[in-house]
Ligand binder design. Structure first.
Ligand code: LLP
Length: 419
């Protein structure tokens, strides 16, 4: 459920008309709904109420400070994959003792930064990383609390580019090697073994792979305890899918919670979750204006002012996003159209052969479910400024990020003295 609804044929975010924002800030822009974001966090939290888990929002889904701060106010922690994400999380008021650091390629500098901030847990993904972390922590006279991110070799039944828990994937330590690596970790200076972590993929719409992965991990926790390790945290990652409007029906958080509860029964660990998309996906839309409607021999192209640089998911993963009018015009003919951006790439396509009330030039369209992996994956390709990000809260709205200016686009550039 979200708070983007029509009132008298006009699309609103909570109590604010999208056209009003468009008039004020121009297009394209991302628009987030506070009520939706908060609701999603609470629904997830309530599904696990009796277990009191640590919910570490996966910052990569959307790292805009206003989003992070809204979640921080709800008590969220952060799952981060870079020093930059740690920096943003701390700036938004997320406490270091609620930060877990994942990622296959943590650099020494990033480790030093994370250690200096006393984050809660490093999810270590290889032996080399473990040794480097030990060295960094020992040198700084710090203790790095770690979980090994284990790769359980489970097919997650999702898009190949967002699958992470199979043996051909770069992520995690193969589960068959975990016991030996934990034994090694326990002897290293600067390292405290505290947990196990797993994340098998994103946009999972089937619970069975989660159940298989969690069962394997819980078995590992028991074996590790037998070997004398004190395992107090169990990080089950993120990945629960959401509806994008093309008929998929992902399980609700309560159903996911049932799977978790039955797999982890009696294990007595602090559970950690890393949801990203589930919290922020449906809390955001991308609003764009139709620049041209171009009739070619075979097709009708609706050319909009947002491009693949603003929302790359359709180009990168063939992802489906519902595209709806900001003003419904019941008299417009329904046509099969291709909705494309202005970027000079053939792949700059948002939808092919989509049935739509034919918009007119100047009309506004909204891409739904754009809150996750939208703004955070944007680039300035084609020297297109990063777009504005707006947050609505009831009948108020505010700019979380202004549209980049042309000067900001080039402000990092320097000319060498020979030019
Ligand atoms: N934890 C770890 C270790 C992850 O790698 C990820 C996502 C998450 C948590 C959060 O997963 P979520 O709950 O959001 O599914 N750009 C892609 C998604 C990439 C996901 C990468 N890892 C997309 O737009 O579909």
């Amino acid at each position: 459920m979200d708070h983007f609804t029509y009132k008298n044929s006009a699309l609103f975010a909570e109590e604010v008309a999208i056209t009003e924002i468009a008039k004020a800030v121009g297009t394209p822009f991302y628009c987030y709904s506070t009520a939706t974001l908060v609701r999603h966090f609470r629904v997830f939290k309530e599904a696990f109420a009796d277990l009191n888990p640590l919910i570490c929002y996966a910052v990569k889904a959307n790292s805009t400070l206003g989003i992070l701060k809204t979640l921080a106010n709800e008590g969220s922690g952060a799952d981060v994959v870079s020093a930059g994400e740690i920096h943003a999380s701390l700036a938004a008021g997320i406490m270091p003792e609620k930060i877990v650091f994942s990622g296959v390629g943590k650099t020494h500098d990033e480790m030093v930064y994370a250690l200096s901030k006393d984050i809660f847990q490093f999810n270590v993904e290889s032996e080399s990383e473990l040794l480097l972390l030990s060295d960094a922590a020992h040198t700084l006279n710090k203790i790095a609390s770690i979980a090994l991110r284990v790769n359980p070799d489970i097919a997650p039944d999702t898009h190949a580019k967002i699958s992470t828990g199979q043996k051909e994937s770069k992520f995690g330590v193969p589960i068959k090697d975990a016991i030996a690596l934990y034994a090694k970790a326990a002897k290293l200076p600067g390292i405290k073994v505290q947990g196990v972590s797993v994340h098998i993929g994103s946009q999972l719409t089937n619970l069975a792979p989660f159940a298989s992965a969690f069962t394997r991990i819980v078995k590992l926790v028991k074996e590790l305890r037998k070997n004398g390790h004190e395992i107090t945290t169990l990080d089950l990652g993120g990945g629960l899918g959401i509806p994008y409007g093309n008929q998929e029906a992902p399980p609700l958080p309560v159903a996911y919670a049932e799977i978790v509860k039955s797999a982890t029964k009696g294990i007595n660990c602090q559970l950690i979750f890393e949801p990203g998309r589930l919290l922020v996906g449906n809390a955001g839309i991308l609003v764009t204006k139709v620049i041209y409607v171009k009739h070619s021999d075979e097709r009708i192209f609706v050319i909009v002012d947002a491009g693949m640089n603003d929302l790359v998911r359709p180009a990168l993963y063939d992802a489906y996003h519902d595209i709806i009018p900001v003003h419904v015009n019941p008299d417009a003919p329904t046509e099969l159209v291709d909705i494309v951006g202005p970027v000079c790439e053939t792949g700059d396509i948002f939808a092919t052969g989509r049935l739509l009330k034919l918009p007119k030039e100047g009309d506004l369209l909204a891409f739904r479910t754009a809150g996750a992996y939208g703004a955070s994956m944007a680039s300035t390709y084609n020297a297109r400024p990063l777009i504005a990000e707006i947050m609505v809260n009831g009948s108020n709205y505010a700019t979380l990020r202004h549209r980049q200016t042309y000067d900001e686009l080039i402000h990092r550039d320097k000319l060498p003295d020979w030019l």
